[in-house]
Design a protein. Structure first.
Lengths: 263, 133
C-alpha cells in the first residue's frame, strides 16, 4: 500500500490552513503572526534540507557517513542540553557528551543489532531515524535533570549547607535533589507510556501507518522505541548528573558560581 | 534550617550519614537531651515547620549535642529564647568539657564566657577575661 503523495501545488495550498488561526490571533490582538511566519519558514527550509540530506544518506548508506551524522546529532544535542539547562558548555560539554553518547549507542545498538537485525547494522533507514528519535527524547530528559538539580541546589543553599555541616558527604548531601531531578526527568516518559494509545496515537506509529505499514508492525516498533527512550533517558540523566558533580563543586563541596550561565 | 519534616527526623538526620551512622542515639538519649534544653518529649512528633523560633534554635542545639562534639560555634544562640530556655542553654554550655566559640550581644551569655573579644566596626577594641570560664 503506497502512501499518497502531496504534490507541490497542494503543499502550497496546505500553508493556507494557517491563515485562519493567523486571522483569529490578529483579531484577539495577539501580534505574533510575524514570529509564526518565521517559524513556519524555518521549519520548511530546515525540513527540506534534512529531506535532501536523508535522501543522500539513504542512497549512499555508508557506515562512516551514517556515523558522522549521528556524531553531529550528539554534538548538537550536547550543546543544546547545556544551553537550555543554564550551564556553561566549557565545563560540562565532555560529561554530557559522554553520558548521552553511551546511552544512545547502548539503546540504539540493543534495538538495531540484537532486536531488529537488519542485513547491515549501520543501515541508515533504521539507525538514523531510531537514534534521532531516542536522542530527541533523551535531550528533553537531560535538560530537565540538570536544570532541576542545579536550580534546587541554588534555591536550597542553606538546607544543602546544613546537610554538609551535619557530616554528610557531597553525595549524601545532594542525594535528595539528585533523586528529585531524575524523577522529574523520567516522569514525562513514564506518563507518556502509561497513557499511550488512550490519549493519543503516538507519532512514530502514525507515521508508519501512513507510510503503509501494518498497524501491528507499527505497534511493535512504537513499543520498541518507547522502551529505548525510557532506557536511554534514565541512563543518560543519571550518568550526566553524576559526572557533573565532579565539575560543579569545589573542594569544600560548594557549588562553583562560574559553572552556571548568567541569567 | 532543620532540613527534615519532623523534629525526630531533624534530630536523627546526621545519623543517616556514614560519618555518624554507628552513633545513632537511643530514644532515652533523645529524651534526655530534649529535657536538658527544656523541650517536651511530644515535640519529637511535631512538624519542624510548625515549631517556634526558640524551639527551632534549641532543637538545632540538641542535634549538635547528640553528635557529642567538644567544640561548638554558636551565633546569637540566645536571641530567640525566653528567660527559662536561656537558663537551660547556659547550663548545658557551661559544661567545662565543652569549648564554645560564640558571637553574642546578650550580656547574660557573655557573663558566662571565659574570654570576650569586643569588636566595633570590625576592629578588636578590647579583650576581657571572666573569672569563671
Amino acid at each position: 500500500m503506497e502512501t499518497l503523495d502531496i504534490a507541490l501545488p497542494k503543499m502550497a495550498f496546505l500553508y493556507g490552513l494557517c491563515l485562519l488561526p493567523g486571522l483569529m490571533l490578529w483579531l484577539i490582538g495577539l501580534r505574533i503572526n510575524r514570529d509564526i511566519g518565521i517559524s513556519i519558514l524555518r521549519m520548511s527550509i530546515q525540513l527540506t534540507l534534512v529531506g535532501i540530506y536523508l535522501k543522500t544518506l539513504f542512497n549512499l548508506n555508508n557506515p562512516y557517513l551514517n556515523g558522522l551524522w549521528i556524531l553531529m546529532m550528539l554534538v548538537v544535542a550536547d550543546l543544546s542540553i547545556l544551553r537550555r539547562a543554564g550551564l556553561k558548555a566549557r565545563y560540562f560539554a565532555l560529561a554530557t557528551f559522554t553520558a548521552i553518547t553511551f546511552s544512545i549507542l547502548f539503546s540504539t545498538a540493543y534495538l538495531v543489532i540484537l532486536v531488529i537485525q537488519p542485513t547491515h547494522f549501520y543501515d541508515a533507514r533504521y539507525i538514523v531515524p531510531l537514534a534521532g528519535m531516542i536522542l530527541g527524547n533523551c535531550l528533553q530528559g537531560n535538560v530537565i535533570a540538570l536544570e532541576r538539580f542545579y536550580s534546587a541546589i541554588r534555591k536550597n543553599e542553606d538546607e544543602y549547607a546544613t546537610f554538609l555541616t551535619l557530616g554528610a558527604t557531597r553525595w549524601e548531601a545532594v542525594r535528595p535533589y539528585f533523586r528529585d531531578a531524575i524523577k522529574a526527568a523520567i516522569n514525562p516518559t513514564i506518563a507518556s507510556m502509561g497513557t499511550m494509545g488512550l490519549v493519543s496515537l503516538p507519532g512514530m506509529m502514525t507515521g508508519q501507518i501512513l507510510g503503509g505499514s501494518e498497524p501491528w508492525l507499527a505497534v511493535k516498533y512504537q513499543i520498541a522505541i518507547m522502551l529505548c527512550i525510557f532506557t536511554s533517558t534514565t541512563i543518560a540523566s543519571i550518568i550526566n548528573l553524576k559526572l557533573s558533580l565532579n565539575i560543579a563543586f569545589n573542594a569544600f563541596d560548594v557549588l562553583k558560581d562560574e559553572v552556571v550561565q548568567e541569567p | 534550617m532543620l532540613g527534615a519534616e519532623s523534629v525526630r527526623e531533624a534530630l536523627l538526620l546526621p545519623f543517616q550519614y556514614k560519618t555518624h551512622h554507628d552513633h545513632r542515639p537511643t530514644e532515652a538519649q533523645l529524651i534526655e537531651v530534649l529535657d536538658r534544653l527544656q523541650l517536651p518529649t511530644a515535640i519529637l512528633s511535631r512538624a519542624s515547620s510548625r515549631i517556634s523560633g526558640g524551639e527551632k534554635q534549641r532543637v538545632a542545639l540538641a542535634r549538635g549535642l547528640l553528635l557529642g562534639k567538644q567544640l561548638y560555634l554558636l551565633d546569637e544562640v540566645t536571641s530567640a529564647l525566653d528567660a527559662e530556655s536561656k537558663r537551660a542553654v547556659l547550663d548545658v554550655f557551661s559544661d567545662p568539657q565543652l569549648t564554645v566559640l560564640s558571637v553574642a550581644h546578650d550580656p547574660e551569655w557573655m557573663g558566662h564566657c571565659g574570654i570576650i573579644f569586643e569588636l566595633e566596626a570590625g576592629q578588636l577594641i578590647q579583650v576581657k577575661r571572666n573569672g569563671n570560664p
